[in-house]
Design a protein around this ligand. Structure first.
Ligand code: SF4
Length: 217
């Protein structure tokens, strides 16, 4: 049922949720995306990490270094200490140094602006590349994280095993006019209402279109 009502679902969610640029959000307030390079690093560091911890790590890092050259100049243990609030900080220290080296050596110091090139950077996967394409490079791509993946499967819009499959399908079937902001509506609904453990079905504005067997009212 949800699949054929996809446009209605987008219309309802677009009424329900503001887009990020209209909200008082911590990323903008802390300048985490004030340059393409900072956006890239912030998104890369945000994997598996709550926003508050990403903000703490990024604030510490950007006080000292805001360019690939400045990050490479940091000692590894100094960088690790700055980004310690984020998950997998040891691995991300290595990835971040390598990513900076790639940007300098392979992209003349500029953040690349195609999905393929972004995904060639160390530590940058499909979701991060889609976020960068959508928010920084004018692309209209729906990034799929665990919230979006869960929501779309519960609704019955996709039947997939992983976020990558979900991203392929939802980007295929979403009409162009919804693509720019679909990620923002879906991630807010998935994170706030269609929660992993206890979805708040009684508050769900798209309840009538949901195919989830265990939905509650
Ligand atoms: S009805 Fe429940 S399970 Fe379905 S989308 Fe809404 S919150 Fe999620």
């Amino acid at each position: 049922m949800a699949k054929k009502n996809l446009e209605k679902i987008y219309e309802i969610l677009s009424e329900e949720y503001k887009v990020f640029a209209e909200t008082d959000n911590e990323w903008d307030n802390n300048g985490l995306n004030s340059t393409d390079f900072k956006s890239l690093v912030s998104v890369m560091l945000s994997a598996m990490t709550h926003t508050k911890r990403v903000v703490r790590a990024c604030n510490a890092l950007y006080k000292k270094a805001t360019t690939p050259e400045e990050i490479i100049a940091l000692k590894d243990d100094e960088l690790t200490e700055m980004i310690r609030p984020v998950a997998h900080y040891n691995r991300k220290t290595k990835h971040l140094k390598e990513l900076c080296r790639q940007i300098i050596e392979e992209f003349d110091g500029e953040v690349p602006n195609t999905k393929q090139e972004l995904m060639s950077l160390k530590g940058v996967g499909r979701k991060s590349a889609d976020i960068l394409m959508n928010f920084n490079f004018g692309g209209e791509t729906i990034a799929v994280d665990t919230h979006v993946h869960r929501l779309l499967n519960r609704l019955g819009i996709v039947e997939t095993k992983n976020s990558k499959e979900t991203a392929d399908i939802i980007n295929d079937i979403t009409p162009k006019k919804y693509k720019k902001h679909a990620h923002e509506w879906l991630i807010q609904h998935g994170g706030n209402i269609c929660k992993a453990r206890k979805p708040k079905c009684q508050e769900c504005v798209v309840y009538e279109f949901c195919d989830y067997n265990e939905k509650t009212i």
